[in-house]
Design a binder for this molecule. Structure first.
Ligand code: MBD
Ligand code: FE
Length: 286
C-alpha cells in the first residue's frame, strides 16, 4: 500500500464540499410536508421584520444592500447553504428541539453526516487508511436508558475529520468511508471504538462563508470533535459531538456547539499507544 499523502485532500475546495453537502441534504430531506399557513406567515413575517429593523436601525446603504444580494447569490452558487445554516443557526434549533431531554446532551449535526456507514462489531476499528496519521484513540462506554437499563444492540454512528481536519466524501483523495463507522453495542450496551484523534476543523475559507468570516474579521475554527448518533428502538435518537480538553476553540467555536458536558477526559492508554476516553450515553424513551 502506498504511503498516505495529504496532497490531494488539501486541494479541497469550498464549492466541491458545498455541492456534496447540498446534494446529500436533498437526498435525505426530499422536501417539506404541508405546513400550516398561519405558522408560515408568523415565522416568515418575523424574519423579514428582523431584517427590516436592522436596515432602519443601522441605516443600511444601497452599497451594503447590494453586497448582501451578491453574497446571498454566492452562498447558493458555492452550495454553502447547509454550511451557513449549520454553523450559524442550527445551535438554537437544537436547543429548542432537545430542551425536554433528561438523558445525554445533544448538539448540532452539522453538514457532513452520511447515513449507512459500514457496520462494525461493538469493539471494532473505524474504517481508516492502513497508515492513517494521528494519535490512536480508544473511545469506549455504555449506552443506557434514563431508567438505567443497559441497551443491548444499541447503535453508535461515529464520523469525524482526519488529523489535518478533512472529512471523507467532502474532500478529495480520501477513501469513501474514511473515519465513518456504525457500531453495534454488545449485550451489556457497551462499545469500544478504535480510531485516531481528529484535528480542529476550519470551515472552507475560499467560499461564501469564508468571505463573510474574512470581511467581518472573525475566525473560521471549530475545536476538534467527534460526531455521534446514538439510537435504539423505542428511544429518541441522540445526535451529539464530543470535544477534547484544552482545545483553544472550545470557548469560541464558530458553530457555538460546545457544551461543558460534552468535553471528554482522555487518559494515556494502559495497554498501548495513544489515548483512551470513556463516555456513557443515556437515551430518553420515545
Ligand atoms: C463541521 O465539521 C461541523 O461539525 C459543523 C457544525 C459545521 C461545519 C463543519
Ligand atoms: Fe464536524
Amino acid at each position: 500500500m502506498s504511503e498516505t499523502s495529504y496532497a490531494e485532500e488539501t486541494e479541497a475546495r469550498a464549492a466541491e464540499s458545498g455541492k456534496n453537502a447540498t446534494d446529500l441534504f436533498r437526498q435525505r430531506v426530499s422536501g417539506v410536508g404541508a405546513a400550516d399557513p398561519a405558522r408560515v406567515s408568523r415565522l416568515a413575517s418575523r424574519v423579514i421584520q428582523a431584517i427590516n429593523d436592522t436596515v432602519i436601525k443601522e441605516r443600511v446603504t444601497y452599497d451594503e444592500y447590494n453586497a448582501l444580494k451578491a453574497w446571498l447569490i454566492r452562498v447558493g452558487e458555492d452550495g454553502e447553504w447547509p454550511l451557513f445554516l449549520d454553523v450559524w443557526v442550527e445551535h438554537s434549533v437544537e436547543q429548542v428541539a432537545n430542551d425536554h431531554r433528561a438523558g445525554s446532551k445533544g448538539t448540532i449535526e452539522g453538514p457532513y453526516y452520511v447515513p449507512d456507514a459500514p457496520e462494525q462489531p461493538w469493539n471494532g476499528t473505524i474504517p481508516m487508511r492502513e497508515d492513517e496519521p494521528g494519535r490512536p484513540l480508544v473511545f469506549q462506554g455504555q449506552i443506557r436508558g434514563v431508567d438505567g437499563a443497559a441497551l443491548a444492540g444499541a447503535k453508535v454512528e461515529m464520523w469525524h475529520a482526519d488529523n489535518i481536519g478533512f472529512y471523507s466524501q467532502f474532500a478529495p483523495g480520501l477513501p469513501e468511508w474514511n473515519l465513518r463507522g456504525t457500531f453495534i453495542a454488545g449485550e451489556d450496551g457497551r462499545f469500544e471504538i478504535h480510531t485516531i484523534e481528529p484535528a480542529p476543523y476550519q470551515i472552507p475559507t475560499d467560499g461564501a462563508c469564508g468571505q463573510l468570516i474574512a470581511a467581518a474579521g472573525w475566525h473560521a475554527w471549530r475545536p476538534a470533535h467527534l460526531h455521534l448518533k446514538v439510537s435504539h428502538p423505542g428511544f429518541e435518537l441522540l445526535t451529539t459531538q464530543l470535544y477534547f480538553p484544552g482545545d483553544p476553540h472550545n470557548d469560541d467555536d464558530i458553530a457555538a456547539a460546545v457544551k461543558p458536558e460534552l468535553i471528554l477526559d482522555p487518559q494515556p492508554r494502559s495497554d498501548g499507544e495513544g489515548y483512551e476516553a470513556r463516555y456513557d450515553f443515556v437515551l430518553d424513551p420515545q
